[in-house]
Design a protein around this ligand. Structure first.
Ligand code: NAP
Length: 342
């Protein structure tokens, strides 16, 4: 029997129909043994160091089966960076650092690790494995390069552009020689897009009365590639500004996550008349590309050709607030929670 210690957790208190509040999650302290119990073959026991706050969490706090809902009274399944304390799998050893699916708590017994990668390169900040070197990085890479095949000189529009994924899409598209415009919800974020991430142009969508007019201003000849993260009225405006044979990578639709009735979308006729390809994707179906992605992105980071902004909060207690903040745009960059130091 291993030592039993206390384990602070964020658990789901109730399902929501629209937006999530901090009180929909509860902090609880339970106990955990620092050894894998017998009968748990295939499990890995970890100490969580960084936990990632991602918009999909809200979709799992809803009972609608867009994606399988979380269980009530249980910690949330989230991405994180963790240290292995005990392992019954040959490919993970005590002391290894890993990233992937874990739970919103200090220590987790991961019974059936589906997404779990060993961290080999420890020269880079560990928190990056919740962002640029983890799921959001892969999402930017897959959506832009695999679905949209950007070519030099093409025009690219990125919504939610200053966030975990958007800031990378813009920088990747610039490195492919594209003209890139992003939108975000504050002046501070617009400044970041233009002055730190190297977008050609950026605008605050909250200050625009007419998205169609805004897009015409920045794309007088139309948009070749739209990296879609918000949906709703923005998608409608984009469709009427797309160029012939344009590509839309449907990464997310955050404007639809906290409303009860999904909105309809006008302008779909342009898919036909302009021969636009609009395709949704889920990053978890593309992890076979992770080594190829690392080969591209690690040198870019080490040579300082790409930059990454994180919004870091301290302590597992800060996690409910950090999750809620994603839906009002409180985060500036990738939202990460520090749970413990290595
Ligand atoms: P993020 O951009 O770091 O954070 C979310 C941002 O969305 C907020 O900071 C806010 O920024 C913006 N936002 C919130 N509500 C909005 C609304 N109603 N209209 C417009 N913007 C709104 O999040 P992320 O992790 O990079 O995720 C971006 C998108 O990718 C999300 O839609 C997410 O669900 C999706 N995603 C998809 C996959 C996949 O496998 N397909 C994987 C991961 C994430 P502003 O201040 O700019 O409003």
């Amino acid at each position: 029997m291993g030592e039993e210690i206390s384990n602070k957790q964020v658990i789901l208190n109730n399902y929501v129909k629209t937006s999530v509040k901090e009180s929909d999650m509860l902090l609880r302290t339970s106990k955990i043994q620092l050894k894998i119990p017998s009968g748990c073959d295939g499990a890995v026991l970890v100490k969580n160091l960084y936990l990632s706050c991602d918009p999909f969490i809200l979709l799992r706090i809803k009972e609608e089966h867009y994606i399988p809902p979380y269980k009530l009274d249980c910690p949330l399944i989230v991405f994180g960076v963790s240290k292995v304390l005990d392992s019954s799998l040959p490919n993970f050893k005590t002391g290894d650092l890993v990233w992937g699916h874990t739970r919103s708590e200090e220590y987790s017994l991961i019974k059936d690790p589906d997404i779990l990668f060993k961290i080999h390169d420890k020269d880079l900040p560990l928190s990056y494995y919740t962002g640029i070197l983890g799921m959001p990085g892969m999402t930017a890479y897959v959506g832009l390069f695999e679905l949209c095949s950007p070519k030099k000189g093409e025009t690219v529009y990125v919504s939610a552009a200053s966030g975990a994924i958007g800031q990378l899409v813009g920088q990747f598209a610039k490195s492919a020689g594209c003209y890139v415009v992003g939108s975000a919800g504050s002046k501070e974020k617009v400044d970041l897009l233009k002055n730190k991430f190297g977008f050609d142009e950026a605008f605050n969508y909250k200050e625009e009365q007419d998205y169609n007019a805004a897009l015409k201003r920045y794309f007088p000849d139309g948009i070749d590639i739209y990296f879609e993260s918000v949906g709703g009225k923005m998608l409608e405006a984009v469709l009427s500004n797309m160029r012939h044979h344009g590509r839309v990578a449907v990464c997310g639709m955050i404007s639809q996550y906290n409303i009860e009735q999904l909105e309809g979308v006008h302008n779909l006729l342009y898919l036909l008349t302009k021969r636009i390809r609009m395709e949704g994707f889920a990053t978890f179906e593309h992890y076979h590309l992770y080594p190829k992605f690392l080969e591209m992105v690690v040198p870019l980071i080490k040579e300082e050709k790409i930059t990454y902004v994180e919004d870091i909060t301290q302590g597992i207690e800060s996690m409910p607030g950090a999750i809620v903040g994603l839906f009002s745009g409180r985060n500036v960059g990738k939202q990460v929670v520090v749970v413990a130091r290595e």
